[in-house]
Design a protein around this ligand. Structure first.
Ligand code: BDR
Ligand code: CA
Length: 311
């Protein structure tokens, strides 16, 4: 199995991404979950990650708390999407499993130094603060990362937190800039693809019909999450952003995209956090990311439902 670290700010869709990884031990060896401030503040994201591990019956997963604010600005959160707890929808018990004593950034650095070069994939599902901090603190680890597969950004679809920016990149543009300039192989799931992974009513019914605690909780999470997207975008269901990352590890054939140059806007007040993707290759700058644009949504939802049934 492929060794990964999930860096996350759960978040209902982060929760589903984690569940999909935990349901797939043949393909994915989850070395640890590192938490960051994002959808809600760090005490909640680091609690929610453990709630999700316990829901999956995996209390032995190592969960670390990381940065509680972006590198150079105040934290912006998204309770308007995810609710006060970040995981509104189901009623789940407080976690009994402990948080690891180490800082998430130290865990990322130590893991990359310990494991064979090119053997660990980083999967960021929130603002990129922890990853950027790790790269700044220990630049030697950049060459040891196999690949980064992340959810963030947008090109034709543009912003969801400002007209120009997607939430994860907007919250910490400075961190995103460090990651996009790192030279590490990058695969990006922007809003353009995640807004094609919509939890329609029949797809949500399929989760609920699993009849398991996991299936029911996932259905309740997406019910909650959806109320926002339906009103906002008039779409037929909530975009399941972060699970696209885990699904890509399992079934890259479900996705397609283009290798392009992507730069992060870090200064403009109007377009802060915009992912400026050179889709038509007009800039002459070197490509640094695979930007995914398409998904076989039916294939994605069958995979997800079939895997969640295993938990
Ligand atoms: C991203 O922002 C968060 O609200 C979601 O969890 C996802 O990671 C979508 O813009
Ligand atoms: Ca997230």
């Amino acid at each position: 199995p492929r060794k990964i670290i999930i860096d996350t700010d759960p978040g209902q869709d982060d929760a589903v991404a984690i569940l999909l990884a935990l349901a797939s031990p043949d393909e994915i060896d989850l070395l640890g979950i590192t938490c960051v401030a994002g959808n809600v503040p760090l005490p909640l994201t680091s609690k929610n990650a453990r709630i999700v591990c316990e829901l999956a019956g995996k209390p032995d997963i190592k969960v670390f708390a990381g940065c509680d604010r972006p590198l150079g600005r105040e934290l912006v959160t998204a309770e308007h999407v995810h609710g006060k707890t970040g995981l509104d929808g189901p009623t789940l018990p407080d976690p009994a499993m402990p948080l690891q004593p180490d800082h998430a950034v130290d865990f990322i650095v130590e893991t990359l130094r310990r494991e064979a070069p090119g053997s660990v994939t980083l999967c960021p599902l929130g603002p990129l603060t922890n990853i950027a901090m790790a790269f700044e603190k220990a630049p030697d680890i950049m060459a040891r990362v196999a690949e980064i597969v992340l959810m963030g950004g947008a090109y034709f679809q543009v912003g969801n937190i400002t007209p120009a920016a997607e939430f994860n990149i907007y919250v910490d543009p400075q961190a995103a800039n460090i990651v996009f300039k790192s030279g590490v192989k990058l695969t990006v799931m922007p809003l353009d693809v995640t807004h094609k992974a919509l939890v329609t009513a029949p797809r949500n019914d399929a989760f609920r019909a699993l009849g398991t605690p996991v299936g029911v909780a996932v259905a309740q999470m997406t019910d909650f999450f959806e109320r926002f997207d339906k009103e906002k975008y008039g779409s037929e269901g909530a975009p399941l952003h972060d699970p696209c990352v885990t699904a890509y590890l399992l079934r890259p054939d479900l996705f397609s995209g283009r290798v392009v140059n992507v730069e992060i806007e870090t200064r403009s007040e109007l377009t802060l956090g915009m992912t400026v993707a050179d889709w038509w290759g007009v800039s002459g700058r070197s490509p640094n990311a695979m930007f995914i644009g398409d998904i076989d949504a039916d294939g994605f939802f069958s995979l997800l439902t079939e895997r969640l049934a295993r938990l």
